[in-house]
Design a protein around this ligand. Structure first.
Ligand code: GLU
Length: 301
């Protein structure tokens, strides 16, 4: 089999019906890859087994098909990969980069400043040199970060830089209950699947430097990143999972996939008119230059 040069991916979390933000990110990921004849990988991100289910995974696949967004292969869901993640965790341990962290949620909240806009904080390294661990508590595990800037040229957002020490701090890779965190799982899964292009929502731009750092440690090349802008309702409200009327379960009752894609594409600057269009037709005229760079106000649906 000849190896395709561009490999993109969908990495949905099956914790509910797809909402418009997910649809938009998936559409752009698909367009970017298919407009260049590349390959797409689907992966269910179901690390949080309390919130995710196989029923939602089936609905996600079914919604993607309805939209006309196909994929070439599906890799195993994250919930089945903890043995694989163990190996990469050991690699970090061998490199001497891991340490146990016993901080409680309230300690983390009170000690670590400043809080970043996305609700996270810069970890002050409290447990880095802990001599005597508190008894009777299982630790989370953190990876030490270098005092170095990671930079990327994002397809949608342009230049983005982050110093992992001053902007993030040592971060958790395995929780106290033994579950691996998103940052580790996503890096391993994208790396092993040979993903060369990661397209997803703008809310994950701040995660890219942590993933780039882990890619270096695990020996994976950096992919190209494209973080698509957030969708806003016509009145400027942020769309969220709470807007049940805008999830695909509801939208599919009253719209064709072409009408939905047409509205998304027009709102995002990808087409000149708000007319129905299929994903396939849109791929013929897709370019990252046309995509709006700021928050996208959605035309009414
Ligand atoms: N699973 C994440 C989500 O559904 C996306 C993660 C990613 O694309 O890296 O929001």
């Amino acid at each position: 089999m000849d190896k395709k040069s561009v490999v993109g991916r969908f990495a949905p979390t099956p914790s509910g019906r797809m909402h418009l933000g997910n649809v938009f990110a998936a559409l752009v990921a698909w367009l970017s890859v298919r407009s260049r004849g590349g390959e797409l990988v689907l992966r269910m991100e179901d690390l949080d087994t309390q919130r995710t289910s196989e029923e939602y995974a089936d609905l996600l696949r079914e919604d993607l098909r309805w939209l006309g967004l196909d994929w070439d292969r599906e890799t195993p869901p994250q919930s089945q990969r903890s043995k694989v993640y163990d190996g990469y965790f050991e690699l970090l341990r061998e490199k001497g980069l891991l340490y146990p962290c016993y901080c409680t949620r309230s300690q983390l909240h009170n000690v670590n400043a400043p809080h970043l806009s996305d609700g996270t904080y810069v970890y002050a390294g409290t447990c880095r040199n802990l001599q005597i661990p508190p008894p009777g508590r299982a630790p989370a595990w953190r990876v030490m970060v270098p005092n170095r800037e990671f930079s990327l040229r994002d397809l949608a957002q342009g230049e983005f830089r982050q110093n992992l020490t001053t902007d993030c701090g040592d971060f958790v890779v395995r929780r106290a209950d033994g579950v691996y965190v998103y940052q580790l799982a996503v890096t391993v899964d994208d790396g092993e699947a040979g993903v060369t292009e990661v397209v997803r929502g703008m809310d994950l731009l701040g995660s890219a430097p942590r993933q780039m750092y882990l890619q270096e440690l695990f020996g994976f090349p950096h992919p190209t990143y494209g973080h698509v802008p957030m969708l806003l309702a016509p009145d400027g409200r942020r769309l969220s999972k709470r807007d049940r009327d805008l999830d695909l379960g509801q939208l599919r009752l009253r719209m064709t996939p072409e009408a939905l894609i047409g509205t998304l594409a027009f709102s995002a600057g990808l087409t000149d008119t708000n007319a129905p269009i299929s994903a396939k037709e849109l791929a013929g005229e897709f370019s990252w230059e046309r995509l709006k760079k700021e928050d996208i106000y959605l035309n009414s649906l």
